[in-house]
Design a protein around this ligand. Structure first.
Ligand code: AMP
Length: 283
């Protein structure tokens, strides 16, 4: 069932709640792929009712970013989401979420939002935390599902849920990759075939760093250089950042102390891709 208004969604969910059904929620911007579907399947396993939102959120895009051209296909998304176990697809308009005159923001402050993607996209996380908060207030889920693909987003939202005492369980699911290692992303559709080939270097460079770490290299500068040098072997790659931080606090570290994250953002032509690997107690 596709629902476009907050009123109708609230009415439908009130009935489910009266029947003591648990609600799982998967927020997305649509153009669904296996990464999104893995979250929907998990939500379906763990809850009685699954709500998937499909909303390309204007407030998380910067002025020169790809809001207008972001891929959209609600018919295909509806079919895929239903097959994966969604009961309700919430597909509101921008004015439904942000009525004229709305002027409230939710901000998570500190390093967690100012490093990595927060440094390259200064208004991005404010847009994410605001829309996710709005969606949580509308859906009031028992559990909400996010991907480790957007590791900083998962960390920021986990902190928001803690800080604001939001009464739900936030579940973070592993990164889904293509067979050749490229992390699935709606933005992969922008890549030319040559860019797509060269983009494999993201995952490859992370794996190489992980190998070096497992062999005993814990100096973050050395590991960062190893990744940068590897990515720079690809002529179409322009590095935005390669960084290693503690996770989930995203504090600078000189030596790896687990859990840590290696996160990369690299542009291929106009397409900016992100990827990451978590270093846990694997030694
Ligand atoms: P998006 O539509 O890009 O906003 O993504 C919606 C949700 O799907 C976010 O929680 C993402 O982290 C998650 N997601 C996107 N790509 C992947 C992937 N390759 N593996 C796992 N989760 C993903």
């Amino acid at each position: 069932m596709v629902i476009k208004t907050i009123e109708k969604l609230r009415e439908t969910l009130a009935t489910a709640r009266r029947e003591n059904k648990t609600i799982g929620f998967v927020p997305t911007m649509g153009f669904l792929h296996e990464g999104h579907l893995s979250l929907i399947r998990k939500a379906n396993e763990e809850n009685d009712l699954v709500v998937v939102s499909i909303f390309v959120n204007p407030t998380q895009f910067g002025p020169n970013e790809d809001f207008e051209t972001y891929p959209r296909n609600i018919e295909q998304d509806t079919t895929l989401a239903n097959e994966a176990g969604a009961d309700i697809i919430f597909n509101p308009s921008a004015t439904e979420i942000y009525p004229i005159g709305s002027s409230s923001w939710v901000n998570v402050e500190g390093d967690i939002t100012s490093v990595l993607c927060g440094a390259s996209r200064p208004t991005h996380f404010q847009g994410v935390t605001t829309v996710v908060n709005i969606l949580f207030n509308i859906v009031k889920p028992h559990r909400a599902y996010f991907g480790q693909k957007d590791a900083q987003q998962a960390a920021v939202l986990t902190k928001m849920v803690q800080d604001l005492h939001i009464d739900l369980e936030l579940v973070v699911c592993s990164i889904v990759r293509e067979a050749d290692g490229l992390a699935l992303s709606s933005r992969n559709t922008y890549l030319s075939s040559e860019e797509r080939k060269q983009a494999l270097i993201l995952n490859q460079s992370l794996l190489k760093a992980n190998e070096a770490y497992k062999k005993g290299e814990t100096d973050t500068k050395t590991l960062t250089k190893l990744i940068k040098d590897t990515i720079n072997t690809m002529p179409l790659a322009t590095i935005d950042y390669v960084s290693i931080y503690s996770y989930p606090a995203l504090q600078e570290i000189e030596k790896i102390e687990t859990p840590a994250i290696i996160a990369v953002a690299v542009k291929f032509g106009k397409t900016r891709l992100i990827d990451n690997i978590l270093l846990e107690n694997s030694k």
